[in-house]
Design a protein around this ligand. Structure first.
Ligand code: TYM
Length: 341
């Protein structure tokens, strides 16, 4: 199959479990907004079914889903231009997910680093959903015949698996039905690291709140977290090679560059030679300038959750106009009899 035989369509998803943080923003949400302006259909999803692969308090899940939708809109996604959905309201995701459970192999799933990290030594006690997680993720993407998926670096392996599932389905059934999706992992900050430890990814599951900047943090909190961020004693280099072996310095410079929409080299030509004492306030200023308007818009939108629910309902209707025919064709290919949902 040629990779160009499908009309371009962008899909991406995010788990509504906990707060949106700077890693989500720079690695995913900012690129989502950039794609929206490129004249391609864009679909963005709060993956609530994925979230429950580990325990979620129901009230927290509802709040996080609505807050994530508010965050998407506050960051610049327009519900008229992009289709905004929560996964559970578009049942074709889970239905195709089942088919892919029957296509994907146990061995493939067992090799996923995210599964190994999350289940750890306690795999016997992990949910079956956590193990099968990447098959549902493949379904999220392929039920739209999506061709491009903007994500952070940590999702690369799951997107390779999505291609493996599409290729095996096409091969097993002798069809050219699912596209070979392209991961789009671009920008200066595709892997934002913890502010406390430059070898760990910034993540909502880190026990230390000081390790991450949440989209809902106020200006003082952002400035304090940056002031306390781990660094080394040397001045910043003037070229990217000078960041080798300096994980914390690389991370802060990457964040600065990404927030300014610059390359790392362009950022270093501006801040190279500075000590962290001088650089950190500059970083805090740009972080506050970019994030504060988003967080205040988020709180404004959260005052009317009825409107958010209407946006998600309308998004689901538009999404199903795409997903229902693709699922119907999939059922026909697989050999299911009768009227399909
Ligand atoms: P999730 O919810 O963990 O993260 C959402 C997006 O944010 C990116 N991201 C980061 N980028 C840079 N630095 C970081 N520290 C950082 N942390 C998170 C992630 O790469 C991701 O793009 N499995 C997905 C959700 C998903 C999905 C999909 C994504 C479900 N179905 C279909 C794309 C397409 C996840 O858990 O992302």
């Amino acid at each position: 199959m040629t990779e160009t035989s499908f009309a371009p369509r962008v899909f991406s998803g995010m788990q509504p479990s906990g707060n949106l943080h700077l890693g989500n923003y720079l690695g995913a949400l900012k690129p989502f907004v950039e794609w929206q302006g490129k004249g391609v259909e864009t679909v963005y999803c709060m993956v609530d079914l994925h979230a429950i692969t580990v325990w979620q308090d129901p009230a927290d899940l509802r709040r996080s889903t609505r807050e994530m939708c508010a965050g998407f809109i506050a960051a610049g996604l327009d519900p008229e231009k992009s289709i905004l959905i929560n996964q559970s309201q578009v049942p074709e995701h889970a239905q195709l997910g089942w088919i892919f459970n029957c296509v994907a192999r146990m061995g493939w799933m067992g090799r996923m680093t995210q599964w190994k990290d999350k289940a750890g030594k306690n795999a016997e006690n992990a949910s079956l959903g956590l193990f099968g997680y990447p098959a549902l993720m493949a379904a999220d993407i392929l039920v739209y015949h999506a061709t491009h998926v903007p994500v952070g670096e940590d999702q690369k392996q799951h997107l390779e698996l999505t291609r493996d599932i599409a290729a095996k389905f096409n091969h097993d059934y002798g069809v050219d039905f699912f596209p070979m999706t392209e991961p789009v992992i671009e920008g200066a900050a595709t892997r934002v690291m913890s502010l406390r430890d430059g070898s760990k990814k910034m993540s909502k599951s880190d026990v230390s709140d000081a390790s991450r900047i949440n989209m809902t943090d106020d200006a003082d909190t952002i400035a304090r977290k940056i002031r306390k961020a781990k660094t080394d004693p040397d001045a910043l280099p003037s070229e990217a090679e000078g960041l080798a072996g300096r994980a914390e310095a690389r991370n802060l410079v990457s964040i600065y560059a990404a927030l300014n929409g610059q390359s790392i080299d362009a950022a270093l030509s501006e801040v190279g030679g500075l000590q962290f004492g001088a650089f950190k306030p500059m970083l805090a200023d740009v972080a506050v300038a970019r994030l504060s308007p988003i967080s205040s818009e988020m709180s404004r939108l959260m005052a009317d959750t009825g409107e958010i629910d209407r946006i998600l309902m309308r998004g689901a209707e538009r999404a199903r106009a795409i997903t229902a025919p693709i699922l119907k064709q999939t059922y026909e290919i697989v050999g299911m009899v009768g009227p399909t949902p």
